[in-house]
Write a new protein. Structure first.
Length: 393
């Protein structure tokens, strides 16, 4: 019998101990493993210990855990039945609000996860173009269509329909898209891949997709509501054909969106994109409440201010412990450290957790509306202690 419980420890790969803190056996496991509650930017584990958190549900929470306006909205939605046989009024209301603040979303479809929504966008692109090849840049989920590299269980014919676009490499990207030519259905890209996009790279990708008769899909799962209300599409003035939203748009409730040009979205009549719980009330209510707070309180701007303080502090820490931290990368709203040696990242993460801080050893750490100046200062002090401890190993 395995030492792990029935769930194989957890169904979410990025929340497994080895993902957060590096390889460890159950007997040697001391940092937090399972949680029982979360509020603001703090998490309580099964032993009753509290942690200051920057994982923020893998970036799905921007307002803070248990934000009262979202809680009230989802409570009312649950009391209204939660789900039913007909589409709820909330579906059209939220769709209209999304189009108001993101006018490039001429029509939308709701789903539950970013992986689903990215897959839907690719299916719509293939429907619109009659082509099959996809070029991607960044992480677009775990489904077969975007697994071009290693990993078992993916048909080789499916792998051959996906290629990787080099982020911010203008000439290499031009060559790749031109070589794909009339086989290319779409390019799908995150707007931020560790660094911000170069304007000339964005222009080249847009120009080459148009030249090839392919679509440009922007994957805003991590960035919508965080770097700007409309994500990178708004911030960097991108002209996408389709956009995918997820994570922070419902502050931790399962909601994702695929949307864009109405003529392309009309392709839903010629393919099949549907999910039993795509239009349950609770996540739609969370999305509407979250969008209202994001807009009213200028949450992306405030996350930028808080994140800049964190990023500057991490930069100072890298100068103080260069033998451990090689560099600090990312943008204020989502950043992380790179370490000199592979084992140092897990060691710092474990040492920080033992001091009451959850801080990822790789991409990304996320600030939220709930993080204040005191939280940033306390976090940097803990990370300094953790880095010093690792430097002495």
């Amino acid at each position: 019998m395995s030492d792990w419980p029935v769930a194989g420890f957890t169904s979410t790969g990025s929340k497994r101990p080895e993902a957060l803190f590096g390889p460890a056996t159950p007997a040697a496991w001391h940092p937090p493993a399972r949680m029982v509650s979360a509020a603001g930017c703090r998490v309580r584990d099964e032993a009753g210990r509290e942690y200051l958190d920057y994982i923020m549900a893998l970036g799905a929470v921007a307002l803070g855990y248990g934000h009262p306006e979202v809680v009230r909205a989802v409570t009312a939605a649950a009391e209204a039945g939660g789900v039913g046989p007909l589409p709820p009024v909330l579906e059209e209301e939220l769709a209209a609000e999304l189009r108001r603040v993101m006018p490039w979303l001429e029509q939308v479809r709701f789903l539950k996860t970013g992986a689903e929504a990215c897959a839907a966008a690719v299916r719509l692109a293939r429907t619109a173009t009659g082509r099959e090849l996809v070029i991607g840049c960044g992480y677009h989920g775990w489904l077969d269509w975007c697994q071009g590299g290693g990993g078992s269980g993916i048909p080789s014919a499916t792998r051959e329909l996906y290629a990787e676009l080099p982020f911010n490499d203008v000439e290499a990207s031009r060559r790749l898209i031109r070589a794909a030519g009339d086989r290319l259905a779409c390019v799908i890209s995150e707007p931020v891949v560790v660094a911000e996009p170069l304007p000339e790279w964005l222009a080249a990708v847009r120009e080459e997709t148009e030249r090839a008769g392919a679509l440009l899909v922007i994957d805003e799962v991590k960035t919508a509501g965080r770097i700007a209300l409309g994500g990178g599409t708004e911030r960097y003035r991108i002209r996408p054909d389709l956009v995918v939203l997820g994570k922070a748009i419902a502050n931790g409730f399962p909601l994702a969106v695929v949307g864009g040009r109405a003529d392309i979205m009309a392709g839903v009549a010629h393919t099949w994109i549907s999910s039993t719980l795509a239009t349950e009330f609770v996540s739609l209510a969370a999305g509407r409440a979250t969008l209202a707070v994001l807009e009213r309180d200028d949450v992306p701007g405030r996350l930028g201010d808080t994140g800049r303080a964190l990023l500057a502090g991490l930069g100072r820490l890298a100068e103080q412990t260069p033998e451990v931290i090689a560099e600090v990368v990312g943008i204020p709203q989502m950043c992380f450290c790179r370490f000199r040696e592979d084992q140092q990242g897990p060691a710092v993460a474990r040492a920080a957790a033992q001091r009451g801080l959850l801080f990822k050893r790789s991409a990304y750490n996320f600030v939220s509306l709930a993080h204040g100046e005191g939280d940033i200062a306390a976090s940097l002090a803990i990370l300094a202690e953790a880095a010093d401890e690792v430097a002495r190993m």
